[in-house]
Design a binder for this molecule. Sequence first.
Ligand SMILES: Cc1cc2nc3c(=O)[nH]c(=O)nc-3n(C[C@H](O)[C@H](O)[C@H](O)COP(=O)(O)O)c2cc1C
Length: 238
Amino acid sequence: MGGNSAMCSSVECATHRLSIRSSFSTEQRGNGPTAPVIFSVLARGKANGTIDFMLTIISGTNRPESNTKKVTDIVVQIYRDLGVPLQLLDLQELPPDLFAPAAYAAKPPAFARFANAVLEADGLVVVMPEYNGSMPGVLKVFIDHLKFPESFESRPVCFVGLSAGIWGCLRGVEQLQQIFGYRNAYVFPKRVFLPGISNAFNAQGGLANSENFQRLREQAEEFTQFVEKIRGIQLRPQ
Ligand SMILES: Cc1cc2nc3c(=O)[nH]c(=O)nc-3n(C[C@H](O)[C@H](O)[C@H](O)COP(=O)(O)O)c2cc1C
């Protein structure tokens, strides 16, 4: 990264920010560590095995048997069908020592994979449940341990919320939007909320209500275009 790039303020120079990211991507993606097992790369990479542009999707709780993970799997399939490369980041797989107080000073080595999955992403998709009218604590802990300030800086992000109750995590998503806004992310305005999640699935594990699926599909199509425009990249095969 050149000296001039480092002098640019993130607010003043959106175009230059893209070139900073682009040079980071070339160095880190081509020669960096291969994708770890827990971040199975779910779609195409370059022919030489390195990862091209991609999204990272975050399943935003560590609760076992999570409905969030079920919705995440549906969203993953939607992006796969669109031909968008993506990595899955499941907070159930966070290293337990991340929750030790010492982790603020020295991150557990196993967390590097999570941090890098965010840094490598051209866009983030957050699927999150409503816990006590808010986001799960583990999701905030995860965010608090990501590299600052570059993890969300100029990074497009979109949200899917779900809950047992009638609000579909509206409050939690809006609280998380505030955090991403504070961190200078590009928040995609079209959110999807899935209320009544306990009864939302059919016997095959898909969404029982086809309108819910359609809303997720439209969000994915439009978020893909949003990322492509903002980053000046092509996520999908030509
Ligand atoms: C700790 C906790 C807090 C919850 N708080 C709310 C809530 O405030 N509003 C609501 O509608 N549902 C609430 N629920 C129900 C969840 O939205 C529902 O169980 C959903 O499936 C949670 O996602 P998960 O299965 O991925 O954990 C809560 C669940 C848990 C475990």
